[in-house]
Design a protein around this ligand. Structure first.
Ligand SMILES: [Zn+2]
Length: 182
């Protein structure tokens, strides 16, 4: 980094005019013809500009507002166009939107959807746990089994809703997966 900064001092950014150079330009009208000083610096392949330029410019994506983006995600529609489904199956995401070619498959949703799903669903479970322990509600074996089944189904539904919404959020933020998904 020190080497990079030294290089920077030696080769300032294009367009930067040091006070010395400015003086020389002012004086050039009179007599000074110091050509070496006015020449642009020779491009050095080893030269590392500081701060480094952004490797890939962010693609400009025209996205709807936050509420519409999240709503479309919750509904399982493409967050960008709303005209095609996000999912190709239960949780499998289309690589690109079938309608507008938005890179849905590149969105690194990873562990966020299960996290959100558990955060939502387990709050209801906590309510039941409190009711059971207080003796307010003591279901029989059959009802308890049905409640467990309902819990599993609720987890699956909320997981899909959360995944859609998170893909919408990531798409709007432009957070793409660095390494292609294998
Ligand atoms: Zn689309």
């Amino acid at each position: 980094m020190i080497a990079a900064r030294r290089a920077y001092a030696k080769h300032p950014a294009p367009g930067y005019v040091s006070p010395v150079e400015r003086k020389s330009v002012e004086l050039s009208g009179i007599a000074v013809t110091n050509t070496a000083m006015n020449k642009p610096p020779v491009e050095d392949p080893e030269f590392e500009r500081w701060p480094p330029p952004r490797a890939v410019a962010q693609a400009e994506r025209i996205m709807p507002s936050w509420p519409i983006t999240i709503w479309r995600g919750l509904c399982g529609r493409c967050p960008q166009c709303g005209a095609a489904p996000i999912f190709n199956g239960y949780l499998k995401v289309h690589e690109t939107c079938l309608h507008c070619a938005a890179p849905l498959g590149d969105m690194p949703a990873d562990d966020a959807p299960p996290y959100v799903a558990m955060l939502v669903v387990l709050h209801f479970v906590a309510l039941f746990v409190v009711l059971f322990y207080n003796g307010v509600y003591r279901p029989g074996l059959l009802v308890a089994g049905m409640l467990l089944l309902a819990l599993a189904i609720a987890c699956m539904i909320v997981l899909r809703l959360a995944k859609g919404a998170i893909i919408g959020i990531l798409l709007k933020l432009g957070l793409k997966r660095e390494v292609p998904n294998e």
